[in-house]
Design a protein around this ligand. Structure first.
Ligand code: ATP
Ligand code: MG
Length: 266
């Protein structure tokens, strides 16, 4: 079976710095894969290449039989890849329900302008989209549902804003969701909830999930497979245990100097 998403020798060169350096990567349908690596390793840049936010300098990205390079972010969303961002990006002045509805308008005929101006002929479609958005939000229980549906996004706590980003990504009917540090800035209980949410999104909703995550408890808890990056390269890949104990990974996190000091000390 072909991989759901695959990159081959993918390259992004920021003026001499290869942020993603000939990266071979794949994820299969139904997998949860964590992408780890120290700050500046190239993880977010990799997401930006997959989703068309940055043009690649070389290589290939294949998704579900399509070559993604050269497509716009909008076209890539339509093909079935959704993402959340490292820093929350919501429509702060729109309600929770509207934020999720906007995510779905790439699926409807009326487009984003139709969502804003609501001409009468789109009412039926809008009702359908609204119902779907309510269903997506119901997945988050009282965190985003009930009386909160019509509250402004900017009234939400930070953790709930991150949940809303995930709800919006679900709303695009994606096959693959890319999450960039979903637990960043969350307390331990909220982080645990995010880990179980990631599992539920795959088990109950059938999404394939690629998640960039710094919290090793989350990585350990959710991943079928872990891929570690440093300086734009893949430095290790395998089960959590294999990758967490890999000497290249330990060295990347501790830094060469610290590793040498450890060895000198022993
Ligand atoms: N738009 C850009 N222009 C120039 N350099 C960039 C740009 N975006 C990222 N970089 C550089 O590319 C490298 C990889 O950055 P990236 O944001 O992908 O890392 P990351 O692995 O997501 O790190 P973090 O864990 O801190 O989020 C860094 O050296 C960064 O400074
Ligand atoms: Mg990043």
């Amino acid at each position: 079976m072909p991989h759901l998403l695959e990159s081959r020798r993918l390259l992004k060169d920021f003026g001499g710095l290869n942020a993603v350096d000939h990266l071979d990567f794949h994820i299969d349908e139904g997998e949860i894969v964590s992408l780890i690596g120290p700050n500046g390793a190239g993880k977010t840049t990799f997401f930006n290449l997959i989703t068309g936010f940055y043009p690649a300098d070389d290589g290939k990205v294949l998704f579900d039989g399509h070559n993604l390079l050269g497509l716009s972010p909008y076209q890539i969303t339509e093909l079935g890849i959704a993402r959340t961002f490292q820093t929350v990006r919501l429509f702060q002045e729109m309600t929770i329900l509207e934020n999720v509805m906007v995510g779905q308008h790439c699926r409807g005929r009326s487009g984003v302008l139709g969502a804003v101006f609501r001409p009468p002929r789109y009412r039926a479609e809008e009702a359908r989209i609204r119902k779907k958005a309510e269903e997506q939000l119901a997945f988050f229980g009282s965190r985003l549902g009930g009386y909160r549906l019509d509250q402004m996004a900017n009234s939400l706590s930070y953790a709930n804003r991150r949940r809303l980003e995930i709800a919006r990504a679900m709303g695009t009917e994606a096959k693959l969701i890319l999450m960039d540090e979903p637990s960043a800035g969350m307390n331990p209980k909220e982080t645990e909830e995010i880990a179980s949410l990631i599992g539920k999104l795959r088990d109950e909703r059938g999404f394939t999930i690629l998640v960039i995550e710094h919290d090793m408890k989350v990585v350990k808890g959710v991943s079928d497979r872990v891929v570690a990056m440093d300086y734009g390269h893949k430095i290790a890949e395998g089960t959590y245990e294999n990758v967490a104990n890999d000497e290249h990974v330990i060295e990347a996190y501790l830094g060469r100097k610290a590793t040498r000091e450890d060895q000198d000390a022993s």
